[in-house]
Ligand binder design. Structure first.
Ligand SMILES: Nc1ncnc2c1ncn2[C@@H]1O[C@H](COP(=O)(O)OP(=O)(O)O)[C@@H](O)[C@H]1O
Ligand SMILES: [Mg+2]
Length: 246
């Protein structure tokens, strides 16, 4: 369980203080998949930096299973837009990297083998990142995150650099991998479509300084032919209205 209570973050800059997040509250059950949507600059990345333990200068409280965030004790997976792969390591080495750092050693178990197959990278294990397409690189980054079986998985607009077709493919692969291993996930996006496709719950943020306007239970989650359904169209309009009213 993740509990965020009255989280505020200020950055200090030469021109003064910038309030990036303004009293954000989130209560997340375990095995939950949240998408967070909001305009550019509203503090989405800031929220993930706090949740990942990178940013520790904040007001309010952030607890995972009742304890403060500590990347040494908790397994936190992070997937970013630029894949974050090490160019001098092979696909296999990149996938195993997080496990190796966490445990000192890493062997591919049944789940890992299954994951590589499911994500379609089991034939690419000896390649280097520069020999892969963007979609393939992002699938490697997904494998690296899921194989860690994290307590918390954080995704910061991970698919926004991909072309539309590749993006939909990777979204589907992500959802399958998540259903196989439903880890607590906060998935940040600025795409209404992606928020609706991937979020069981959707937290809608206001423009900067970010606060949560509404947490929406998504009736479209995991429905077949989602994008041609009426409730999908209705939800899109609803979210777009919320975002534009701010
Ligand atoms: N290191 C920083 N120093 C000063 N201001 C920052 C810093 N990082 C982000 N900001 C500001 O905080 C606000 C939120 O940024 P960010 O969390 O990156 O938003 P988002 O990811 O939603 O686009 C923005 O106004 C941004 O300019
Ligand atoms: Mg951002």
């Amino acid at each position: 369980m993740i509990t965020v209570r009255d989280l505020s973050v200020k950055y200090k800059s030469r021109s003064g203080e910038i309030l990036a997040l303004n009293k954000v509250n989130i209560a997340m059950d375990s095995r939950e998949l949240y998408t967070v949507i909001g305009p550019s600059g509203c503090g989405k990345s800031t929220l993930l930096h706090v949740l990942s333990g990178i940013l520790t200068d904040f007001e309010g409280s952030v607890l995972i299973d009742g304890k403060g965030i500590n990347p040494r004790n908790q397994r936190i997976g992070l997937v970013l837009q630029n894949y974050g792969l090490l160019p001098w390591k092979t696909v296999y080495q990149n996938v195993m990297l997080g496990l190796k750092i966490k445990q000192g050693h890493a062997v591919l178990d049944d789940y890992g083998g299954y994951l590589l197959k499911q994500l379609g990278i089991d034939d690419l294990l000896h390649r280097y990142p520069k020999e892969l397409s963007g979609g393939q690189q992002q699938r490697v980054a997904l494998a690296r995150a899921f194989i860690l079986k994290p307590d918390l998985l954080l995704m910061d607009e991970p698919f926004s650099a991909l072309d539309a077709i590749t993006r939909e493919e990777v979204q589907e692969l992500f959802l399958k991998a998540w259903q196989q291993n439903p880890v607590n996930t906060v998935f940040v996006t600025h795409s209404v479509d992606e928020a609706l496709y991937l979020g069981r719950k959707i937290a809608v943020f206001s423009p900067s300084p970010g606060r949560i306007l509404e947490v929406v239970d998504n009736p479209c989650f995991n429905q077949d032919n989602l994008r041609s359904r009426n409730d999908y169209v209705e939800m899109s309009i609803y979210l777009r209205n919320l975002l534009s009213r701010g």
